[in-house]
Ligand binder design. Structure first.
Ligand code: HEC
Length: 414
């Protein structure tokens, strides 16, 4: 009895107190709780709950809890995420900034799969967490049950059931009678919480405000960087391999008398294997005029043409097009941008290029011409010749007559 007085719990709701929040019944066993739950469920209550120290098998059924809506929320978010990703990839790669990457189509679905997957998962994960919190009415900083001292036993060995006064079916007397019929060990009233402050602590509010304001600072920097011009090199957060402990071309070097890190070639010397005496092979010349024949080491063969075709596809087709008409994707794109400065790649089927000695074509590939850069540094001389050989084959392919077809097969043409 003395115990009961010390406990501020009351068993009847008196006038003039805080409003009633609900009726709380306490049980000693899961069996009693489940039996009570079935009665409350069958009486048609909706705003009520059970509280147990551990998960109780069968309580969902006894309470009539339906399957959660959360999977549908997550599915909706997943579809939204996937749609967002598809639209984003399509807009960025196929509309706003068309750019060929590794020869893929502008809107390449396989290349975008990682992004589709990531956004689907990201949206789903946030929806799962947010949906779970929202469906459970969380976060809930205080609850009337927090004020019930005996309710603390819910983490130990007692089982509770509370019907809220907010339920449409709630009537203090009838509900009390119903709960008494379930033989609780204790039946208690729970009053609304009037003691816990309903506002967030001021310190926390200011803290959140400061964090929210500070989180805008990076965006301010980004906005500034987009619109302001600066002479300074940009801030380099990750150094990668930009700064290495070595000297690079055109840097100063304190060791050498001329102060240059780059050492000039020693006059009258040639590196081993770099003595390029053969004028025909290395410069495309014969007796100081452009060679009209291929060097003897470059024999015309299916293999040589195949090699030339491969290298032409890598180095020339991006501008000149695979058939040499000057309509490669780089040129098409440059013309779309229509900035007026683009010199289109030459169509290699023009007469003057068909007449041009192979040695001169070789020289064009090696050193470039007017607006076209040279490829001498990138392609071995043998391959440059094979490119020229393939170029000749391309030109020839437009100048054929029926005489080029073997006599036996001419009939098939008609
Ligand atoms: C980056 C684009 C680009 C690439 C790659 C390129 N070219 Fe060109 N090429 C041009 C342009 C542009 C011109 C016309 C230059 C001018 O008239 O100023 C040109 C001109 C030429 C000409 C005509 C030369 C003349 O005498 O009129 C030939 C032949 C040629 N290119 C062959 C090649 C071959 C072979 C390759 C591959 C090794 C190649 N080009 C790679 C852009 C390119």
């Amino acid at each position: 009895m003395a115990d009961k007085k010390k406990d501020s719990d009351q068993t009847e709701h008196a006038e003039g107190e805080a409003p009633l929040h609900g009726l709380l019944a306490e049980y000693d066993s899961t069996a009693a709780l489940i039996a009570a739950s079935k009665k409350v469920r069958d009486a048609g209550f909706e705003k009520w709950d059970t509280y147990t120290p551990f998960p109780v098998h069968g309580i969902d059924g006894a309470m009539g809890i339906k399957m959660t809506k959360l999977p549908w929320i997550v599915l909706g978010a997943a579809i939204t995420g996937l749609t967002t990703a598809i639209l984003m990839q399509w807009w960025m790669n196929a509309v706003d900034y068309k750019y060929i990457i590794s020869g893929k189509p502008f809107w390449s679905i396989p290349a975008s799969v990682p992004i589709y997957f990531e956004l689907t998962v990201l949206f789903s994960a946030f929806a799962a967490l947010g949906g779970m919190l929202a469906l459970n009415n969380l976060p809930l900083p205080s609850h009337p049950l927090d004020l019930k001292e005996r309710f603390a036993k819910v983490t130990d060995d007692k089982f509770f059931l509370m019907i809220q006064a907010a339920d449409a079916k709630f009537d203090e007397r009838e509900t009390r009678a119903l709960l008494e019929g379930t033989h609780p060990t204790v039946l208690d009233v729970v009053l609304e919480d009037r003691t816990s402050p309903s506002k967030l602590p001021t310190g926390l509010v200011y803290g959140l405000l400061i964090v929210a304001t500070a989180s805008l600072i990076p965006f301010a920097f980004i906005a500034k960087a987009r619109f302001a011009k600066s002479e300074k090199t940009r801030v380099h957060v990750v150094g990668d391999m930009d700064w290495q402990l070595k000297f690079q071309a055109q840097q100063a070097h304190p060791f050498f008398a001329d102060g240059r890190a780059e050492r000039p070639e020693i006059p009258e010397t040639v590196a081993v294997g770099h003595l390029r005496e053969d004028d025909h092979l290395f410069r495309g010349k014969e007796q100081d005029t452009w060679a009209r024949t291929f060097p003897t080491s470059i024999e015309p063969s299916a293999d040589a043409l195949e090699r030339g075709k491969e290298k032409f596809g890598v180095y020339c087709a991006p501008c000149h097009g695979f058939a040499g008409d000057g309509d490669g994707p780089i040129s098409v794109r440059a013309q779309e941008l229509a900035e007026g400065t683009w010199v289109p790649p030459t169509n290699v089927h023009q007469d003057y290029l068909r007449q041009m000695p192979v040695g001169q074509l070789f020289d064009t590939v090696t050193h470039g011409i007017r607006n076209m850069a040279g490829y001498g540094q990138l392609i071995e001389p043998e391959d440059r010749w094979k490119i020229v050989m393939y170029l000749r084959a391309l030109q020839r392919s437009r100048q054929t007559s029926v005489d080029d077809v073997p006599e036996a097969e001419r009939g098939a043409l008609k």
